[in-house]
Write a protein that binds this ligand. Sequence first.
Ligand code: ATP
Ligand code: MG
Length: 399
Amino acid sequence: MSLVEERARAIFERYAIREIRFPVLERMQLYARSTGETTDIVEKQMYTFTDRDEGETAVALRPEGTPSVVRAYIEAGFDRSDPEQRLWYSGPMFRRERPQKGRYRQFYQFGVEIFGRPDAACDAELLIMIDELCHDLKVPSSMEINSIGDAKCRPAFRTALVEWGRAHWDQLCGDCHSRIERNPLRLLDCKIDAKLAESAPKSLDYLCDECRMHFDQVKELLTAANVKFVVNPRMVRGLDYYTRTAFEIMAGGLGAQSTVVAGGRYDGLVETMGGAAVAGIGFAIGVDRLALALEAAGTTPDHAPDAAIVALGAAATRHATAVARELRASNLKVEMLSPERKMKELLSRASKIGARFAVIIGDDEIARGVVQLRDLKQSTQREIPIGEAARAIADARGV
Ligand code: ATP
Ligand code: MG
């Protein structure tokens, strides 16, 4: 997890995106208004309780980050004073789910939200950034994109979906029966009969000229940047404020929970939440899943120390502390082993933690200004002046 977080943070900074932090607990109302009454999250996944304040406010553990970011953006007055903002966040999210591999009740997300940029270049920049992150982490992944139109052209698509849903009523699940009226786009999300969705109307066939041009431009910019993607006409974001570009990144080795990044444009959200009409686009990375994908790809980082320090006796322990500090100052990963064990135990411990070298220090070594450097990979040992230890260990890296 920490590698994913470290790399994501570094990339966001390279893209000049600033960090924002917000509370873990928010008013429940916030999610009803933004995430949406008809989503799984609000319908059944939120952890909520009533606060014992005068108003008996209903509060919820945050199930996602976007609503809080939009709330903070509007409260700071950015929508009117300085609408172009690039923000990222990270932290735990909470959803009442059936726990399984890649699906937890507390999980971690990294997210980005960009406001005030309705242009296709912004969509492309975000997707290029995600592609860069996946490459950086060496996670085999695929990108799917779609456009779901806007307030102008989506009503016709919506109507077509409702008609299609009615015509296939008997084949739809119970959830979908209630979705038809409330949120027909989510018919395409039905997990029960994915095949059926193949015969459903496609949003791309209903795009107005502006939305089509926007989508074409996103594709063109991605192609120019050498980013591989496929258009998935079945992918939807089931809320009214979502517009145009929707995307998902899938990673291998995760079974059913393969989506590691999901996002899209939400040009209507700031206004829906009481702000000015400002464009927005964002995504969230499922950090736990991305970490699982790293593991599956065998690209997890090596935590093994470069050296384990073996100190024999009280004087050697004091001395070894200084040696460890020096080695760490040379950027080496160093672990001091317990001075209260025997040499044999210590060497086997050094092997067990995967250390490349054991640096052995006893009274005799202190007196002569040397250390015993034991190469645990090649099972060799030599005596070297203390000042040369760092260089010798660093030189052996990757050998
Ligand atoms: P799913 O269809 O898998 O339930 P979602 O649409 O609920 O995903 P989003 O709300 O778009 O997911 O969240 C973005 C990302 O966060 C997901 O793609 C996933 O990687 C991660 N994620 C969502 N829910 C969980 C969870 N319960 N446990 C772990 N990761 C999660
Ligand atoms: Mg979900």
